[in-house]
Design a protein around this ligand. Structure first.
Ligand code: FAD
Ligand code: NAP
Length: 315
C-alpha cells in the first residue's frame, strides 16, 4: 500500500510531492497522465511567480520543478487515473486507465481545471500568443492597448473590469443581449466607460502572424454582419471544465463534497469531507487560479497528509 498518492502533476501536485517526501514519507507516487508541469506550460509569458524576476515561458518556469520535487524520492507514474474509491479500512483504491489498481492510505487530488474553448477559427493556433484564458496572468502585456473579451458570465465581466483598469479599451463580446453575471457586476460594467459592449455577437476568427494576434472578426448574429477589430489580444471566458471525474462513482455522485460548479469543497487545510483525502490547486473551491496559490495548496495538503498517515499507521 502507498503512503500517499497524488493525482495530477501541475504546480499543486509537484509541490505536494516535494513536501510529502521531504517531510519523511517514503512511498509516494504522483500520477500524471502527461509530462509534469500542468496547464501553465501553455503560457508564453509568466511574470508573476515570486523569485523569478525576468519574464519566462510557462515551460521555462516549470523546467526545474520535477527535478527538485523528485529529489527526495517522489515517483512519477505517467498514467491517467480513472477513479478513486474508499476501502472499508478508510484507505483508498486508485484505478488507473489501464485497469491496474493501487491502494493508498491518503490521496491528494490536484487534477486542475481546463478552460473551455470558444470554438472559433485560429483559437488553438494563437493560444498563448494573443488568445488567453487568464487576465491576471496576461493582462499586463496589453497595458494601454485595446483588447477583446468573449463571454457573458461572472468571470468575463469581472475580468473585463480588471482589464479595463490596465488596457485603453475593452470590447466585451457576448452571444446574447442578456448577461448571466450577477446584477451588481453587470451594473459596474455598464458604468465603466472603457468597456464597449458588442452583443448578439460571436467571434468567427482570430488572425495574425508569427508575432501573434493582429485582429479578430466578430459576427453579429442578428444582422449577419462582420466587424473587424484590430486588437492584439482576446481573452475567452466561456466557462471551465473542473477535472473532477476521478471522484465520480458509477451513479455520478462524488466520493467527497463538491460545490455546485463541481469544485472540491475544502477547508483552509485542504481537508475534503473525507478523512485522508485532500484537494489542492485549481480543482478546489474558490481557487485563485494562480501557480503560486496552487503550489501553496499542495504544500498545505502534504503537511496535513503526513500527520494523517502517521495517525493511520499508529505512529
Ligand atoms: P494544473 O496545472 O491544471 O495541473 C493539473 C494536472 O493534472 C495536469 O498536468 C493534468 O494533466 C493532470 N491530470 C488531470 N486529470 C488527471 C488524471 N485523471 N490522471 C492523471 N493526471 C491528471 N497562473 C499564474 O500564476 N501566472 C500566469 O502567468 C498564468 N498564466 C496562465 C496562462 C494560461 C494560458 C493558463 C491556461 C493558465 C495560466 N495560469 C497562470 C494559471 C495556472 O496555470 C494554474 O492556476 C495552475 O497551473 C494550477 O495548477 P494545478 O496544479 O492546480 O493544476
Ligand atoms: P459561465 O457562468 O458558464 O458563463 C460562460 C459564459 O460564456 C456565458 O455567458 C455563455 O453564454 C458564454 N459562452 C459559453 N460558451 C460560449 C461559446 N462557445 N462562445 C461564446 N460564448 C460562450 O462561466 P463563468 O463566468 O466562468 O462562471 C462559472 C461559475 O463561477 C458561475 O457559476 C459563476 O457565477 C461563478 N463565478 C462567480 C464569481 C463571483 O461570485 N464573484 C466570479 C466568477 C465566476 P450564455 O450566457 O449565452 O450561455
Amino acid at each position: 500500500m502507498l503512503d500517499l498518492a497524488i493525482i495530477g502533476g501541475g504546480p499543486a501536485g509537484l509541490t505536494a510531492g516535494l513536501y510529502a517526501t521531504r517531510g519523511g514519507l517514503k512511498n509516494v507516487v504522483m500520477y500524471e497522465k502527461g509530462m509534469p508541469g500542468g496547464q501553465i506550460t501553455n503560457s508564453s509569458e509568466v511574470e508573476n511567480y515570486p523569485g523569478i524576476a525576468k519574464v519566462v515561458t510557462g515551460i521555462e518556469l516549470m523546467q526545474s520543478w520535477p527535478e527538485q520535487c523528485m529529489r527526495f524520492g517522489l515517483k512519477h507514474d505517467m498514467s491517467e487515473v480513472e477513479n478513486i474509491n474508499l476501502n472499508n479500512d478508510g484507505s483508498f483504491k486508485i484505478k488507473l486507465s489501464g485497469g491496474k489498481e493501487v491502494d493508498a492510505i491518503s490521496v491528494i487530488i490536484a487534477t486542475g481545471s481546463t478552460p473551455k474553448k470558444g470554438g472559433f477559427k485560429g483559437e488553438s493556433e494563437f493560444f498563448g500568443k494573443g488568445v488567453s484564458t487568464c487576465a491576471t496572468c496576461d493582462g499586463f502585456f496589453y497595458k494601454n492597448k485595446e483588447v477583446a473579451i468573449l463571454g457573458g458570465g461572472d468571470t468575463a465581466l469581472e475580468e473585463g473590469l480588471y482589464l479595463a483598469g490596465i488596457c485603453s479599451k475593452v470590447y466585451l463580446i457576448h452571444r446574447r443581449d442578456k448577461f448571466r453575471a450577477s446584477p451588481a457586476t453587470i451594473e459596474r460594467v455598464m458604468k465603466n466607460n472603457k468597456i464597449e459592449l458588442i452583443l448578439d455577437s460571436i467571434v468567427e476568427e482570430v488572425y495574425g502572424d508569427v508575432s501573434g494576434v493582429n485582429g479578430i472578426k466578430v459576427k453579429n448574429l442578428k444582422e449577419e454582419s462582420i466587424k473587424d477589430l484590430k486588437v492584439p489580444g482576446i481573452f475567452t471566458f466561456v466557462g471551465y471544465y473542473v477535472n473532477n471525474s476521478v471522484l465520480k462513482k458509477e451513479d455520478e455522485s462524488s466520493i467527497c463534497a463538491l460545490s455546485e460548479n463541481g469544485e472540491i469543497i475544502v477547508d483552509l487545510n485542504m481537508n475534503t469531507s473525507i478523512d485522508g483525502l485532500y484537494g489542492a490547486g485549481d480543482i478546489r473551491i474558490n481557487a485563485p487560479k494562480q501557480v503560486v496559490c496552487a503550489a501553496s495548496d499542495g504544500a498545505t495538503a502534504a503537511l496535513q497528509a503526513i500527520s494523517y498517515i502517521e495517525k493511520f499507521k499508529g505512529e
